[in-house]
Design a protein around this ligand. Structure first.
Ligand code: DAK
Length: 260
């Protein structure tokens, strides 16, 4: 499907979703979020696609936030609806079975930082900048920032970022664990594709079950989460990839996974 505010590209088993409103630094308005909902559904249901990379079009921004011009005159009810839509779309990304990597190429502020945080992990270019500037606009983060940021970087650092609205650079984001690595802008996509390739060469269902175990386990207590892990571990033994992976090890050869 063609989108007005997004670019969706496919390359083998990889999908690349670019937020594409460079003139507004890829800010998210309602139409863009609605398109993202469709695009995520399309990627989720595409049997050819095993991994999604999300980035921003242009060379300046990943996503500079929710669209302030769009939000400026919202009523309380419309604001709530807009927040709920963003939460729904970001929740779909987080819950998607297929791994999702954020390739953060520039400003990731407000809703942009929140978009990056709902991905499985984040790789940044040296140009990336992160922050939750909402309190400077007289609002709170509304697309999960108050919840995902403390889970990723800890309570103290999250509260400092949320209360001060300070923008941090890529090296500081690396230091606090918000991103996994920082590379030059020229190297960003190749670096992310290299990581994606290493994931795609593993047992597909094992990767998906690992994602489910982490995501579901993090929402519950340790006893329940261990049960979730045990269940998903057990489920692996219903896959052909488990048999192939273990046979290959015993036979001292490289496994030929089929994703089944
Ligand atoms: N929204 C709309 N337009 C934006 C934008 C944004 N977030 N960010 C940038 N733009 C537009 C600018 O208005 C400008 O448009 P023109 O004037 O050219 O028409 C164009 O992009 C280029 O921006 P600048 O000229 O400002 O570029 P600079 O290099 O000088 O500065 C900047 C780049 C990223 C530092 C600056 O643009 C900036 O500070 N942008 C705003 C960043 C920000 O505050 N982001 C957080 C947005 S608030 C909720 C739902 C959602 C949310 C909260 C609650 N509920 C319903 C509960 C989410 C909130 C946010 O994300």
């Amino acid at each position: 499907m063609a989108y007005e505010n997004l670019l969706l590209e496919k390359e083998g088993n990889l999908a690349f979703l670019y937020v594409n409103r460079p003139k507004a630094l890829n800010a998210l308005n309602k139409d863009t979020l609605l398109e993202m909902k469709d695009a995520i559904t399309e990627i989720k249901n595409d049997p050819e696609i095993d991994l999604l990379i999300i980035s921003g079009a242009g060379d300046k921004a990943f996503v500079a936030g929710a669209d302030i011009a769009f939000m400026q005159n919202l009523t309380a009810v419309e604001g709530r609806e807009f927040g709920a839509l963003g939460q729904e779309v970001f929740g779909m990304i987080e819950a998607m079975e297929k791994p999702v990597i954020a390739a953060v190429n520039g400003f990731a502020l407000g809703g942009g930082c929140e978009l990056a945080m709902c991905c499985d992990f984040r790789i940044a270019s040296t140009k990336a900048k992160f922050g939750q500037p909402e309190v400077g606009l007289g609002i709170t983060p509304g697309f999960g920032g108050t919840q995902r940021l403390p889970r990723l970087v800890g309570l103290g650092m999250a509260k400092q970022m949320l209360y001060t609205a300070d923008v941090i650079d890529a090296s500081e984001a690396l230091r606090i664990g918000l991103v996994n690595s920082v590379v030059t802008p020229e190297d960003l996509m190749n670096h992310v594709k290299d990581i994606a390739g290493r994931i795609l060469r593993k047992g597909k269902m094992a990767v998906r079950f690992s994602k489910a175990a982490v995501n579901e386990g993090m929402q519950t207590d340790i006893n329940r989460s261990m049960t979730i892990e045990a269940d998903l571990f057990g489920l692996c033994f219903s896959t052909e990839d488990q048999k192939e992976g273990m046979s290959a090890f015993i036979e001292k050869r490289t496994p030929q996974f089929t994703g089944k």
